[in-house]
Design a protein. Structure first.
Lengths: 95, 495
């Protein structure tokens, strides 16, 4: 499937990656090449095949739904680009 | 002193216990080798103070008679592992300045066993690449060269810094991670040994995630015995990783007898690729003969869906990456773009991710976003997961026929020149993983063993693939292959 620039722009938007307009044709071309490669999968007969969920058959363990950690606000915030008064700070979200 | 850095882990362990050398001496020798090897760009964050402190503690422990195998062994850690208080940025600009407040399970196990961290090692950004050329730190360089030709070669990727550091004796061993071949391909390109264990053997907790259903940590070492020693220290059940297997960890080193009489080794016909260099075919045939001479039974097998492994991988891995990398939004850690007046939170996300992610990471995140998007999820993502089930079944079928291990080439070529693939289509680079990626899709253990040199004088590796959870048996077959191949060459020092 060939990807047009509108689709490339939409995917970039969904992925929250800024792509300048002049870069879109090259990006669309790259996507098209990768998708062409991926489309070999259409040759495979997958009727009745279950999609893989877990590569090793294992039952996920259950645990007590209890608090085992906490009280480390300063550590949580220590790597934040902008933290103020014990919170992560971001640009205004709601007008 | 320089000879100390050439030691293998097993030798160093024995010498430490015998009191012939101290961990501080070993560590200082490695640190000075590292100082003289900036041209390889293997270490991207050096941690000499931590190393000396850990070495002193290890020496005290050895003196007290409490010394596990890894005690006092200086090693390098791939930048993908979170190490407490030490920069851990997955070779990405988006994690610039990030210093984790916690330690990954694998590195804590190693440090609890007394291992010494020399520093963090170069890699492809977020482990996405096969040549270490997508790193924000610049390329790592292979210590091997084509004879007297001074062209810089790739050490492979994504664990390129780990491979270069082990091959150039800048540590005794290193950690790597492998999502599609990122331990085995660089090991093959640099003449060292690397094993990716069964999915679930090593805890993924604290390892920066790329594709969670494929990622596994593993050792990169100078020989098979060292791989067994490291693997034992690295793996084990961890309640913090829900996919970590609650199985006992055998004594892998004790299983290295070299006796493979009566084992059945499969040779998959689909791994004969068009255009594969004759030398690789010849090496593969030689490997087959060596295992037969050691008493194994060799059988031709078929893994019919091999051809579809790479395309399935390039749906599944980007899909998982797009989801895992959604966390890099400029809010909680790492890089945040500077905003112009009037720009809002979506501008912050989009600019931060455009500035912070390199081109290959952006490409994969967007491909992943596309294959997961409404209307394409079934056609791409679900189809790829079905094909993945078929690829796993191919292996289950041959194991059910009594095959103990499968022998293949590790890579379709020897190390190529840095920059040589610059203008190639991204898909061309993906072909590097053609022999290794099936193993990740099927969750199996795979080991790359150096087996010879090509006519340019560059190392080539063979891969052995084992049954799930049978790393001990697999390492023993690798040990037999290693002994038969007798690969002892080292790169001539030019750096």
């Amino acid at each position: 499937m060939s990807i047009d620039t509108d689709t490339a722009a939409r995917v970039a938007k969904l992925a929250r990656i800024r792509v300048e307009d002049d870069q879109l044709p090259a990006l669309a071309q790259e996507f098209s090449n990768i998708l062409e490669f991926i489309e070999q999968l259409n040759e495979v007969d997958v009727d009745g095949v279950e999609p893989m969920v877990s590569v090793t058959p294992m039952r996920l363990k259950r645990r007590q739904d209890g608090v085992t950690d906490g009280n480390q606000q300063d550590k949580i915030l220590s790597n934040a680009p902008d933290a103020r008064e014990g919170f992560f700070a971001v640009p205004k979200v709601v007008e | 002193m320089s000879d100390l850095t050439k030691m293998k882990v097993a030798e160093a362990r024995d010498a430490l216990r015998a009191g012939d050398v101290t961990s501080v001496e070993l560590t200082e020798a490695c640190l000075s080798a590292i100082e003289g090897a900036d041209a390889l760009n293997a270490y991207v964050h050096k941690t000499p103070e931590i190393a000396i402190e850990q070495a002193k503690a290890a020496d005290a422990r050895i003196k007290a008679g409490d010394a596990p195998s890894m005690c006092g062994i200086p090693m390098g850690i791939k930048d993908l592992f979170c190490t407490k208080g030490v920069a851990s940025q997955a070779a990405s600009r988006i994690l610039e300045g990030f210093k984790p407040e916690y330690e990954s399970t694998v590195t804590s196990q190693l440090f609890d066993a007394g291992a010494v961290m020399l520093g963090k090692l170069n890699m492809d950004e977020f482990a996405m690449g096969s040549s270490n050329e997508t790193s924000c730190y610049g390329n790592a360089v292979n210590p091997w060269r084509r004879g007297n030709d001074d062209t810089q070669l790739t050490p492979g990727g994504s664990s390129g810094g780990s491979a270069a550091a082990v091959a150039a004796d800048l540590c005794l061993a290193a950690t790597g991670t492998d999502t599609g071949g990122s331990i085995r391909q660089p090991a093959a390109f640099t003449g060292i040994t690397g094993i990716k264990p069964t999915y679930g053997r090593c805890s993924r907790w604290g390892i920066i995630a790329f594709a969670s259903s494929l990622d596994q940590a593993g050792p990169m070492t100078k020989d098979v015995r060292d791989a067994a020693i490291l693997l034992q220290a690295m793996c084990g059940h961890d309640p913090k990783d829900s996919t970590s297997a609650d199985l006992p960890v055998p004594d892998f080193e004790a299983m290295l007898t070299g006796d493979i009489k009566g084992k059945t080794i499969g040779i998959p016909r689909e791994y004969h690729m068009d255009g594969m260099p004759e030398e690789i075919e010849a090496l593969w045939a030689k490997g087959r003969d060596m295992l037969a001479d050691a008493g194994a039974k060799i059988v031709d097998i078929s893994l019919p869906n091999t051809k579809y492994a790479l395309p399935a991988y390039y749906v599944i891995a980007p899909a998982e990456a797009s989801s895992n990398l959604a966390r890099y939004d400029g809010v909680r850690y790492g890089h945040r773009a500077t905003l112009a007046a009037g720009e809002g939170i979506n501008d912050m996300y989009e600019k931060t991710r455009a500035e912070g992610f390199g081109p290959e990471v952006q490409r994969r995140v967007m491909v992943g976003t596309y294959v997961l998007s409404a209307g394409f999820y079934d056609a791409y993502y679900n189809r790829a997961r079905k094909v993945r089930s078929l690829i796993k079944k191919d292996f289950e079928d041959v194991f059910a026929q009594g095959v103990d291990a499968i022998l293949t080439p590790a890579t379709p070529s020897s190390a190529f020149g840095l920059g040589e693939m610059k203008d190639a289509d991204p898909v061309q680079m993906y072909l590097n993983d053609v022999f290794t990626v099936t193993v990740n899709l099927a969750g199996l253990p795979g080991v790359s063993v150096p087996a010879g040199l090509d006519k340019q004088g560059l190392p080539l590796g063979l891969q052995l693939i084992g049954r799930p959870w049978e790393e001990g048996d697999l390492l023993n077959t690798a040990y037999a292959l290693e002994r038969a191949a007798g690969f002892v060459e080292k790169p001539a020092k030019w750096w």
